[in-house]
Design a protein around this ligand. Structure first.
Ligand SMILES: *Cc1c(COP(=O)(O)O)cnc(C)c1O
Length: 265
């Protein structure tokens, strides 16, 4: 299921190992502004699995519902929204997530796999990617990245101390609402994503006049508001509101945005 650049990449990658079929695709003129609703999905009941990306980091498009794929296992790339809110893990056959967004340092990937799916790897699968072998070895078939795991453990404790994933969701919703409300109230900035699909984690936005992009970024940098340049595929700006970003950080951003608009609109 293609809802953005990451799921598109996944489909391409999977095509090296088997026959792939696109069950749904919300790409319109090279852009993604929504998730494809389940009514548009053309599922193959014989498929080995259905793959989706729960949050498209580049496009800012997020699933807020869990697809029903019947007996076919659902596989989700949750790299950029895992730990941002509660999810029903039991609805998925396999969840995977690179640690570097909400969990901890890069170099670690979390995989949550239904036990009955273990042991079905292709014969060509390298042992390091064979989840049966990894599970049997307690995830230590090779030396694991111990420091990254240690930091992830500290982050899990920190998230629990803040009230767990329900508390993270409340924080993340408040942060995203502040920024989306600011974008919607302005004719100077825009975000074209369908409101019900707007990511809580990654908010791409565009200035009305792209010639002001450089000045916007420069002013932001001067105020300590960093890494706002949009992904090169979509351009514009992107504010990533991962768990580690505070509400105060978003308040500082919208304060700057209003100031910049008043000066340049
Ligand atoms: C970040 C990310 C990845 C992995 O990114 P790398 O930087 O290449 O490790 C995969 N999927 C999604 C949805 C991501 O956000």
């Amino acid at each position: 299921v293609i809802s953005g650049d990451w799921s598109k990449k996944s489909a391409q990658e999977a095509s090296h190992f088997g026959q792939i079929r696109i069950a749904a695709n919300s790409e319109e003129s090279g852009r993604y502004t929504r998730t494809p609703p389940q009514s548009e999905w053309k599922l193959d009941p014989q498929a080995a699995y259905v793959h989706m990306c729960s949050n498209e980091t580049i496009g800012g498009v997020e699933f807020f519902w869990t697809p029903d794929t019947g007996k076919v296992p659902l596989v989700a790339d949750m790299s950029s929204n895992i730990l941002s809110r509660p999810i029903d893990v039991s609805r998925y056959g396999l969840i995977y997530a690179g640690a570097q967004k909400n969990i901890g340092p890069s170099g670690l990937t979390v995989v949550i796999v239904r036990e009955d799916l273990l042991g079905h790897a292709l014969p060509i699968t390298p042992d390091v990617f064979n989840y049966k072998i990894q599970a049997d070895a307690d995830s230590m078939y090779n030396t694991p990245p111990t420091y990254a795991i240690y930091i992830a453990g500290l982050v899990f404790k920190h998230v629990k101390a803040l009230g767990g994933l329900q508390a993270m969701e409340a924080r993340n919703r408040a942060k995203a609402k502040l920024l989306y409300d600011t974008l919607d109230a302005s004719a100077f900035y825009s975000n074209p994503i369908a409101p019900e699909c707007r990511s809580l984690m990654n908010v791409p936005f565009w200035l009305k006049d792209a010639q002001l992009d450089a000045a916007f970024l420069q002013g932001a940098q001067a105020r300590g508001l960093l890494q706002l340049k949009g992904h090169r595929i979509v351009g514009g700006m992107r504010a990533s509101l991962y768990n580690a970003m505070s509400l105060e950080g978003v308040q500082a951003l919208v304060g700057y945005m209003k100031e910049f608009e008043a000066q340049h609109a």
